[in-house]
Every structure is written in C-alpha cells, then in structure tokens.
Design a protein around this ligand. Structure first.
Ligand code: COA
Length: 157
C-alpha cells in the first residue's frame, strides 16, 4: 500500500462550501443558518485544495452545560483515515472554548461502527431516545427517517 500525507485544516462552514457539500446531506445549509443565529458551530475539515472532506456541528441549545455533536459526515472516499477523529477533536475543543465541560451525541442503533469509534475516543453510553431526520437517498433525494439513538457523553476536563 502507498501512503500519502494529507494536510488537514479545520474551519467554520461558509456559504461558498454549500455547492460542494451535497454529499453531506440536506442538514448542512441548515447548519450554516443555525451558526449564524448562534445556536450551533458548524465546522468543515478540508484537504490541501481547501474543499471540505468532512462536516459536522456542535449544538449549544440542548444542554446548558454541554455541547451536542451532530450531523458528523466524512466523505466516503476518505473514511477510516482519521478525518472523523480530527473533526470530533475540533468540535470538542469548541465546547471547551465555550467553557462547557461535556460533549454529548446520539448514534443510530442501526449503525454500530460510529459507536465503536466514539467509545474508543472516550464516550460512554447512558440512554436512548427516538430521533428522526431527512436521509439522503442514492438517487440524491431525501426521505424522512426515524430510529432509536443511543445517547453517549464524554467529560472534557
Ligand atoms: C462515522 C464517521 C463520521 C467516522 O469518520 P472516519 O473519518 O471514518 O473516522 P476515523 O477514520 O477517524 O475512524 C474510523 C475508523 O478508522 C480507523 N482509523 C482512524 N485513524 C486511522 C488512520 N490514520 N489510518 C487508518 N485507519 C484509521 C479507526 O480505527 C476507525 O476504525 P473502525 O472503522 O473500526 O471504527 C464516518 O464513517 C461517516 O461519515 N459515516 C457516515 C455518517 C455517520 O454515520 N455519521 C455518524 C452519525 S452519529
């Protein structure tokens, strides 16, 4: 196998990113709106071209003393290379910078792989809840999707 170093930068999502973030789902434009209202921070991880390889947000509204990570997406072409871990670390730093001491997130019970990643990064499951969102279909359309989410949290100090 040949390995290529991939310099990554993390920054806030901008309107210029939206046309090239279609792969990340319909929640990305809403993330930009929520960031403008101060309800969330919404980040992108970019490769050397400056184009986003990953997107994800931290929601400030659900827990007064924590931030909730949401809508984490790494482009499928660069998964399992550490990009998601970089994104999660940057979102956790935003939570610390805001003076909050806990990260929360919910993970679909139908998708065991992300939960393994979060547990390896120090998250612990403590409950579950019913959730739903618009899910991107292979044909580019979106369809409502409901499921049970396992709730995880991680102390940040
Ligand atoms: C979940 C998700 C965000 C993780 O992103 P990612 O970039 O693949 O995550 P990482 O590469 O940091 O870690 C994932 C795997 O790569 C491995 N890995 C981490 N760094 C690595 C590296 N430098 N080289 C090779 N593998 C590495 C990890 O061990 C982990 O292994 P696993 O597949 O057994 O869990 C991504 O898979 C995704 O977008 N999934 C679809 C949407 C989704 O499910 N979002 C989560 C909602 S809660």
């Amino acid at each position: 196998m040949t390995e290529v170093p991939l310099p990554l930068t993390v920054r806030d999502l901008t309107a210029d990113d939206l046309p090239v973030c279609g792969w990340a789902g319909s929640g990305v434009p809403r993330g930009l709106d929520r960031a403008a209202r101060g309800e969330a921070d919404y980040l992108v991880v970019c490769g050397p071209s400056g184009l986003p390889l990953a997107t994800g947000g931290v929601d400030w509204t659900k827990h007064p003393d924590a931030g909730e990570l949401y809508q984490l997406h790494v482009h499928e072409l660069v998964r399992s290379a550490g990009v998601g871990t970089v994104l999660i670390a940057a979102l956790e730093q935003r939570i610390r910078d805001r003076g909050r001491d806990r990260a929360e997130l919910g993970v679909d019970v139908q998708e065991p792989r992300p939960q393994r990643l979060y547990e390896r990064l120090g998250y612990t499951a403590y409950g579950s809840e019913q959730v739903g969102w618009d899910q991107l279909q292979p044909d580019g359309s979106h369809r409502p999707y409901t499921t049970t989410a396992t709730l995880l949290r991680k102390p940040l100090r």
